[in-house]
Write a protein that binds this ligand. Structure first.
Ligand code: PEP
Length: 248
C-alpha cells in the first residue's frame, strides 16, 4: 500500500504571531507540493493568524500540544475543541521536550491521543529513546512500550489515521541525525508493533515519520526508506530550506 508522505514543521517556541505570518508568506510557495502533506505546527498564540495565512494553500496548521480535558480549571492549557474551532487539524502529542521539561507521562500521552481522536484532530504521536537507552540496546523495547501505551483504547479506524513520529532524543536539535538504517529499523519495528496490536492492513496505513536534525541534505535518504513516510522537522522548518525538505 502506498502511503502519502507527510512533512511537519515543529516551530517550537519561536516566532511572534506577526513573524509567523511573515514566515508563512516566505514558506508557502516553496513548500507547495501535490505529493506531500505539509503541516506547520506553530505556537498556540500564532494558530489563529497562521490558519488565516495558509488559507487558499494546501498547508495545514498543527498545534504543538493540548490538554486532555475539554474545558475547566487548567490555567494556561488549551483544549481539543479550542484547536478545532481555531481551524487546527493536527496536534503533536508527547514530544520529548514536553516529556522532559513538562513531565508528560506515557499515560498523559495516551489520554491526549484519545482526546485528539474524539475531536477529529490527527495526533502526531512522538516516541524515541535517549542516547543511554540506545547504548544499552533497549531502543526498540523502549519505543514499543511508549507506542503501546499511547495507543491504549485507540480503535483500528482511528489508528489508521494517526501519524507516529520516531524521534531519537539524541538527534533532536543536536545536528546528529540517525543513520537511515537506524531510523528505518525503528520505524519498521513500530509498524510490526501496530500489526501485532491491530493487523497488517492497519499497520500498512499508519504514517510513520522520522524526526531529529533532518536537513535538506538528509531528507531524501531518510524519507525514501520503506517504513518512513516523511518527517517531523524542528530547526530546519523555520528556513526556506524547508521547501527542499518537503520536495526532497
Ligand atoms: C523536533 O523538535 O521535533 C525536531 C526534530 O527538531 P530538530 O529537527 O531541530 O532536531
Amino acid at each position: 500500500m502506498s502511503r502519502r508522505k507527510i512533512v511537519a514543521g515543529n516551530w517550537k517556541m519561536n516566532m511572534t504571531p506577526a513573524k509567523a505570518v511573515e514566515l508563512i508568506a516566505v514558506l508557502s510557495p516553496v513548500v507547495a507540493s501535490d505529493d506531500v502533506d505539509v503541516v506547520f505546527c506553530v505556537p498556540s498564540i500564532s494558530i489563529i493568524p497562521a490558519v488565516a495565512a495558509v488559507k487558499g494553500t494546501k498547508i495545514a496548521i498543527g498545534a504543538q500540544n493540548m490538554y486532555m480535558a475539554d474545558s475547566g480549571a487548567f490555567t494556561g492549557e488549551i483544549s481539543a475543541p479550542m484547536l478545532v474551532d481555531a481551524g487546527v487539524s493536527y496536534v503533536i502529542i508527547g514530544h520529548s521536550e514536553r516529556r522532559e521539561y513538562f513531565a508528560e507521562s506515557d499515560v498523559m500521552v495516551n489520554q491526549k491521543v484519545l482526546k485528539a481522536f474524539e475531536y477529529g484532530l490527527t495526533p502526531i504521536i512522538c516516541c524515541g529513546e535517549t542516547l543511554t537507552q540506545r547504548e544499552q540496546g533497549i531502543t526498540i523495547d523502549f519505543v514499543r512500550q511508549q507506542i503501546k501505551i499511547a495507543l491504549l483504547g485507540v480503535s483500528s479506524e482511528q489508528v489508521k489515521k494517526a501519524v507516529i513520529a520516531y524521534e531519537p532524543i539524541w538527534a533532536i536539535g543536536t545536528g546528529k541525525v540517525a543513520t537511515t538504517e537506524q531510523a528505518q529499523e525503528v520505524c519498521a519495528a513500530i509498524r510490526v508493533l501496530i500489526s501485532e496490536l491491530y493487523d497488517e492492513a492497519v499497520a500498512a496505513a499508519v504514517r510513520i515519520q522520522y524526526g531529529g536534525s533532518v536537513t535538506a541534505e538528509t531528507a531524501a535518504d531518510l524519507f525514501t526508506q520503506v517504513d518512513i513516510d516523511g518527517g517531523l522537522v524542528g530547526g530546519a522548518s523555520l528556513k526556506p530550506d524547508f521547501g527542499k525538505i518537503v520536495n526532497y
